[in-house]
Design a protein around this ligand. Sequence first.
Ligand code: BGC
Ligand code: BGC
Length: 581
Amino acid sequence: MPDYRDPSLPISVRVDALLAQMTLAEKIGQITQVEKNSLTPAVVTEQFIGSVLSGGGGAPETNTPAAWRAMVAGFQQAALQTRLRIPLLYGVDAVHGHNNACGATIFPHNIGLGAAGDADLVERIGRATAEDLLATGIQWNFAPTLALPHDIRWGRTYEGYGQDPAIVTALGAAYLRGLQSTQPAVAGSAKHFIGDGSTTFGSSLTNNLGIQYLLDQGDTTLDEASLRACLLPPYQAAIAAGVQTIMVSFNGWHGVKMHAHHHLLTEVLKGELGFAGFIVSDWQAIDQIPGDYHHAVVAALNAGLDMVMVPFAYEQFIAEATQAVSSGEVPLARLDDAVRRILTVKFQLGLFEQPAGEGAAPAGLGGDAHRALAREAVRRSLVLLKNDDATLPIAADTPLVYVAGAAADDVGLQCGGWTISWQGEGGAITPGTSIVAGLRAALPPHTRLEYDAAGRFSGQAPVGIVVVAETPYAEGHGDRADLALPPADDALIAQMRARCKRLILVVLSGRPLILTDQLPALDALVAAWLPGTEGAGVADVLCGSQPFTGRLSFTWPRSLRQIPDPPVDDARPLFPRGFGL
Ligand code: BGC
Ligand code: BGC
């Protein structure tokens, strides 16, 4: 029998040699993924747990790189105490940089990168994210999101690169190439397979948390031809780029939950598309499969799930999975296939040789090179939607600029959801540069900047800037029936209009908002999306040291009536996809 610990042997030989020695309990452990607050390292040893994750906001008690490394190493050491010393794979959502780690560079959310539309830029961001992950000992990232958000009322719209399959395909693959390019490598997870951005408004069921979403986790009724034409290409490109894991989506397709969808997971994804990595479930998602939990476990594993993000009640999952295999409801060959896929990825990542992912990160968490890259990404992501009388860039001889809006000086609002906490929040949540701080540094010395969040100015200025932001949100918590600006923002715009000769509105948002009524009052309008920690990138472009180059990767509707699809009698959007001055 070949020795699976011998790194000179081909991976497939090592996997078979290891699998042949594994007990049922050891195999079930490999397919079990638990969130880090729901178990101790001792449980990893006792139950042979294959994977632990940090969910949104899942930082160690002190949120420092050293504490992250110690936390991951603690679980890893426990895994290495098992009989076969199979290393653990630790996963996290680093969806715009290593966003749970305080001090990490936060990049623009994908909607902004779609507007920048540059695969090379996205590839470099993927690599920088991998470097920050390695600085905390982590080698698995639940990214990129390959959704094609159809209805922008969806709370995950900003996680998508755009509404054009070509953009999502090109940028998703580029991100993976960058993410996987470090040594040791970081595995990505293309998500959420499939139809996450195509759900019907109002089709969400009450979810795990007892909350009724509007679109998120709902049902899609796209026909198979459209699904294949629009939604599969990003996954085909991800597979070609070597993606090692794919996460299943919470949504259903014609009433069948994706987590139980044998045709799409096994026949299409693993069969037709030839995906050789492993399929991971989403968070507690198999619990949404109709029937009792035992039936859900059987249905999910038989549909083709390889690893289950349980993520809490691992004893129950292990008990049901053990019974399901012992009784033959789930064939042993199916379990072996799942374990084989998981072990293959662990060998590919070099975890057997270097278990804790301790490769030195070329640039430490939040280093200057990463911040410069993020600032470049911010500059390139801005879309100029209106610019009358050459209001932008701000003329170099401008003596005075008024800036208003709490969002102008708030790193948390700039970052949006999935930043430090799951939902994100306003405030100085992590080191970064606000837009006002960026403007102060970028404006020439003879231009005075006055900032008041509430816009209480008494004089007149040649130029005024109002920055408004959506309150941060993640997932279904951001599902909205209405995308209008809050009345307080309207009032601020009116107030500033009276005080400024030229008025610029900068919108921080995870999607297009309905701004049709505000537009006439504005001289310039800038969509800045959710730019992340480097607000100086916004200032670079407003002040003219860098040009506007971003283009909408989403249609910007004129009214709610045009969402999700414009009616024939009202088909002209406010700004079409591809637009950008
Ligand atoms: C976790 C997230 C997860 C969500 C799912 C949250 O408590 O932090 O990571 O996506 O639950 O409902
Ligand atoms: C989200 C996933 C995420 C997972 C772990 C889920 O609720 O849908 O995108 O990777 O939680 O945080």
